[in-house]
Design a protein around this ligand. Structure first.
Ligand SMILES: *Cc1c(COP(=O)(O)O)cnc(C)c1O
Length: 609
């Protein structure tokens, strides 16, 4: 069982000797890194960032465009910016900025706070593009970035923004920025994220508004500042054809604006949307193109249009975010309980004289084997039904019922094991396994760490870090530790996940969730007051050994409450008062007060007991 690693893994990981390893440098096992972090005193879920995977994605983006440009003898340049909205965390952005230097890779900002980040951390010569809705203050900030010497392009989303730019430029008596126009295409993307394109889109100027914008700029004498047109047809574009349509449409708009006299218009920013393959199942693939096909199509189509309309080939900007950020981050969640854990022989409380049907279950359990298990399984289910009815009618007691539950679960487990020896060939047994799932309780919050699963049903690849030389035979439902019934990744017949039957008293079992570096962290919410997990940056040194460079600790309970604007003094005073007014001894009061205050300074995720 390879958990579809050949489909989503992009050669970043591989399985050897039963463990998942990182296909880089000295190829450490992920489990060793996790143990290392735990030994440093960090428990609970861990978000691990691998900057080498950020570098790999940036490299891949630049290289494939470089190749396409060479192949088609394209005359424009390739440039790119990272859209900050995809991941603004310092543990991601700081490594990215270091890698970006060599490529002159810039940043895209969509809000004032993001713009401040861009102004602070962007490499000096690298471009900054500014999208999203803007007020005058945001435009003033953009001007200040321009005064600092950055190559800034403000992309206008509407004519009012152009007017604001003109007003701000008269305040400063100068115009240290370029202007871009976001165009509203009639093409839109497909899939769950496709809301950014199309004629009804929230964003961009219509053809009529574009013409008006050019006229305004002409009149104001700033048409020379118009440098770029921009579109973004949505994220995770899984089919290449709408993108090709968008390129044709925007290429023609570019050429026509140039012909209206915009001599410095020299770039098309094709936005983001470059897709990531998230699927663990061959028949459920997310995208139908490669990065090579993507870059070839963009370069080829723009060349063709420029030639046909006799305008210079534009520079190509991209703002791919998901493609750059997703692979770099892995979420590790320790499994802390298996639902059927209590159903073991030791918990049986058999009586001297058991009800007949319980005796029969005992017999089935003792004699079940590879040849009779299908029949025995069916018998066990029948008996169980009858026993439950007997319980409702008052003929058997709670102990009998508990014994029956345990025995039936043990029989199911044995049947599943026998069936898995035969690769679940029997249809019946396949469906049993689908019906009787094991529930794996994992120490994490779906709302905090995989919000796109909760909100959009987006699946992220998941697999255990160990036991990969053993066939997993339990159909698995994964539960998080929130008290919300939506905090569950249910087993689905169409895209099944099987995990191992493990005895957590004897061994640890960890699940890795992959490709979680884009959007998840900032969209994550503190449902049940679960906060960000511990976070670690893992680099590799010159000898190829991994190094845990930095660990950002998960918040303490008191910090979470302060974030919600609770007055911690009030809370502490109140708790203290409640303890002091009990009739415990002074010594006991002191002791539990101390204990409670220590707990307030501890994390909200569960700890190993
Ligand atoms: C969100 C966004 C992006 C990034 O999209 P990805 O699909 O993550 O590549 C790029 N440009 C704009 C304008 C965006 O809004």
């Amino acid at each position: 069982m390879k958990y579809g690693i050949d489909i989503w893994g992009a050669n970043n990981f591989f399985i050897e000797n039963g463990v998942l390893k990182i296909n880089y440098a000295n190829q450490p096992a992920l489990i060793d890194i996790v143990k290392d972090i735990e030994e440093k005193g960090f428990q609970g879920p861990i978000l691990i960032r691998f900057p080498h995977l950020i570098r790999k994605q940036i490299n891949s983006l630049y290289n494939s465009f470089k190749k396409a440009i060479k192949f088609f003898d394209y005359k424009g340049e390739f440039k790119a910016v990272f859209p900050l909205k995809v991941n603004q965390f310092p543990t991601f952005i700081k490594p990215l900025i270091k890698i970006a230097h060599k490529f002159n890779y810039g940043l895209e900002a969509g809000s004032k706070a993001e713009l401040i980040l861009a102004m602070t951390y962007n490499n000096k010569k690298a471009p900054i593009t500014i999208n999203g809705f803007k007020d005058k203050d945001m435009i003033r900030m953009a001007f200040i970035a321009g005064f600092m010497g950055y190559d800034v392009t403000i992309t206008i989303e509407g004519l009012n923004e152009l007017k604001s730019i003109i007003e701000v430029s008269s305040e400063y008596h100068s115009m240290p920025v370029n202007i871009g126009i976001r165009i509203r295409l009639h093409t839109s993307g497909v899939g769950i994220w496709a809301k950014s394109g199309g004629i009804e889109s929230k964003f961009g100027l219509s053809s009529t508004e574009i013409i008006e914008a050019v006229e305004i700029m002409k009149k104001e004498g700033i048409l020379n500042k118009l440098k770029m047109i921009h579109f973004h047809i949505g994220s995770q574009i899984n089919d290449i054809s709408p993108l090709k349509k968008a390129i044709r449409e925007s290429g023609n708009i570019y050429a026509d604006i140039r012909k209206m006299g915009a001599k410095n218009l020299s770039a098309i920013d094709i936005g983001g949307g470059l897709a990531i393959e998230y699927s663990q199942w061959e028949d459920k693939k997310d995208r139908n193109y490669s990065i090579e096909e993507f870059s070839n199509d963009v370069v080829y189509l723009l060349k063709e249009i420029a030639n046909k309309k006799s305008v210079p080939m534009p520079d190509i900007f991209t703002e791919s975010g998901r493609f750059i950020a997703s692979p770099s981050t892995v979420l590790i969640a320790p499994v802390i309980e298996l639902f059927s854990q209590e159903y073991n022989e030791k918990s049986l409380k058999l009586k001297e004289k058991n009800p007949d049907l319980v005796e029969e279950l005992i017999d089935l359990y003792k004699t079940i084997n590879e040849n009779n298990y299908i029949e025995f399984f069916h018998d066990a289910l029948d008996h169980f039904e009858s026993l439950l009815t007997l319980f409702d009618l008052g003929y058997i007691d709670l102990t009998d019922r508990s014994n029956a539950e345990i025995l039936v679960h043990l029989i199911i487990k044995k049947s599943i094991t026998f069936a898995s020896f035969r690769g679940f060939k029997n249809k019946d047994l396949k469906s049993i396994n689908e019906k009787f799932q094991e529930k794996y309780l994992a120490n994490f919050s779906i709302f905090q760490s995989l919000p796109d699963f909760w909100g959009l049903g987006q699946r992220f690849p998941v697999m255990p870090l160990t036991k990969l030389n053993k066939t997993p035979n339990r159909s698995a439902t994964i539960w998080d530790i929130t008290c919300d019934s939506d905090g569950e990744i249910p087993f689905r017949k169409e895209n099944p996940i099987y995990l191992h039957d493990v005895d957590l008293n004897k061994e640890d079992y960890y699940l890795g969730f992959f490709l979680v570096g884009a959007y998840q962290e900032i969209l994550g919410m503190r449902h049940n007051l679960f906060c960000f997990p511990n976070e670690a940056i893992v680099n590799f040194d010159d000898e190829g050994n991994y190094k845990i460079n930095f660990i950002e600790t998960t918040q303490k309970i008191r910090e979470i409450l302060i974030d919600l604007d609770y007055d911690m003094d009030e809370i502490e005073r109140d708790l203290k008062n409640k303890i002091e007014t009990t009739d415990l001894t002074e010594e006991n009061k002191k002791e539990i007060l101390g204990e409670l205050f220590l707990l307030l300074n501890d994390m909200v995720y569960l700890k190993k007991d």
